[in-house]
Design a protein around this ligand. Structure first.
Ligand code: SF4
Length: 254
């Protein structure tokens, strides 16, 4: 017993404080676009390297809702066009908010009415809708002592009857469509839908397959898209807290 107490004391508090700063390499976070991408030939070179068509060389945009953060564009352009930073804070909100370099879009937090209804509590039912489980693992990691989602009054529940909303991963396979819709309908209104990862935003690497719906937005009304492949738990935390209008800078360590 004494040994356990001493061990616990020596480990200390492992919960990460927010804002957490940049993450160590090789983590790929927010991409930074160079002049060669904005005005030169790098956009076309980067686009050729991209297997998910995330880069539009004409509009010179990067769609983080399609990007799987493979880094091939950075390699192809030698870092002149696109360079991935280690910043886990990615744009979130409506689907168009995930497109970098296009027209300006503002982040879209939940309405004041919804925020007031939720107060400091948000309970989510997760549905894994045909992805690789990478996003599910990162969402699950939110509950560990390092990210400690519960310190913010946010938690996952087993029954949709107990939930304020859905957190969905995966491109929504045709076989999961009905289960997803039924789970959504079992949640009392008003309910929110959070779609995490490239698959949930656009179908990701499965986009165009006969077996998927190419993202949650084609099945349910999505309130919050969060990019990543998979999104880091900090990316999820920043986006969910931002959506709830709770600035991480003002949130104390647990
Ligand atoms: S990192 Fe994203 S934008 Fe770049 S090649 Fe990979 S999927 Fe395409």
């Amino acid at each position: 017993m004494l040994e356990s107490i001493l061990k616990r004391a020596s480990v200390g508090n492992v919960t990460v404080a927010l804002p957490a700063g940049d993450l160590p390499s090789p983590f790929r976070g927010m991409p930074e676009v160079g002049e060669a991408f904005r005005t030169g030939g790098a956009a076309a070179t980067c686009a050729k390297a991209c297997a998910t068509d995330a880069i539009d060389p004409e509009k010179r945009t990067i769609d983080l809702g399609r990007c799987v953060f493979c880094g091939l564009c950075e390699e192809a352009c030698g870092g002149e066009g696109i360079r991935f930073s280690q910043n886990p804070r990615l744009p979130w909100g409506k689907r168009e908010n995930l497109v970098l370099g296009g027209s300006d879009v503002s982040l879209a937090p939940a309405s004041a009415d919804l925020r007031s209804l939720l107060g400091r509590s948000l309970h989510l039912r997760e549905v894994s809708a045909g992805g690789c489980n990478g996003c599910d693992l990162e969402a699950q990691a939110l509950g560990n002592p390092i990210f400690d989602l519960q310190r913010f009054g946010i938690d996952f529940v087993a029954s949709p009857r107990h939930a304020d909303g859905l957190l969905v991963t995966g491109p929504v396979s045709k076989n999961m469509r009905e289960a997803l819709v039924k789970t959504y309908e079992a949640i009392a209104e008003p309910r929110i839908v959070i779609a995490i990862g490239a698959c949930a935003a656009s179908g990701g690497i499965f986009r165009g397959s006969y077996a998927v719906e190419d993202g949650v937005g084609n099945v349910l009304p999505v309130d919050l898209f969060i990019p990543g492949c998979p999104p880091h738990p900090l990316t999820l935390l920043y986006a969910i807290l931002g959506f709830l209008g709770r600035s991480p800078e003002k949130i104390p360590r647990g």
